[in-house]
Write a protein that binds this ligand. Sequence first.
Ligand code: IPE
Ligand code: IPE
Ligand code: MG
Length: 248
Amino acid sequence: MMDLKSQINIEKLPRHIAIIMDGNGRWAKQHGKPRVFGHRNGVIAVREATEAAAELGVEFLTLYAFSTENWNRPKLEVNALMRLLVETLHKEVETLNKNDIRLQAIGDIRNLPERTYQALLQGIERTKNNSRMTLVLALNYSSRWEVVEASRSLARQVLAGEIRPEEISEQMFSDALTTGGIPDPELLIRTSGENRISNFLLWQIAYSELYFTPVFWPDFRKEHLYQAIIDFQQRERRFGKISEQLVQ
Ligand code: IPE
Ligand code: IPE
Ligand code: MG
């Protein structure tokens, strides 16, 4: 097999990769199993992606694990997902520590079920001194929710006389989002063949490279991440300029 990893230019790694992990349900169906079976096997892919990103030297990996819209799924599936989260968080913290990976979360996490929330807080607390990579879980996350929240927080600062409306800059707005302090992802990956964003990081992906793969999330392995990065590195990011203006 062709060695994909060696084709990656380590000097030009994306600092931040975000992934919309999709296709667990269809993967399970393909195997004649209930949807939850797909979610369980999705954890293997989470491990693979996390390990691969950390080994390469990626600084931030953000995984979309549960959207605010996902509450609309059958109660049985939602409950199973929340239980799986608690179980996985408890089980994986040790591995995160061993690999020097810090856990963070974005989204309306305060409104997760109490047990999920506590497991998450514990995971964040127990990994807070790690520094090789930050793994960001998007949980109960919705980009529009986040944009509205940021607007409210800036409005409150205006009302309190702390800032003037004219002072609000793109940087201040970025900082007011739940991703404040995290650089925008250079690369956004979505699995399962769906070509949409589903309310994920709308502000932050203004100039991200988008990569869609038909692979269902439970089948996602290190090689798939390498492939996405190689594809990313072959693209020309022009940021509004023309090709000739870019210094190589
Ligand atoms: C992604 O897989 C996992 C979550 C959204 C929690 P899906 O559960 O959306 O799988 P499909 O899209 O139905 O195949
Ligand atoms: C997006 O996947 C959310 C997550 C991956 C957590 P969905 O499967 O919920 O997205 P839609 O509903 O197909 O757009
Ligand atoms: Mg889906």
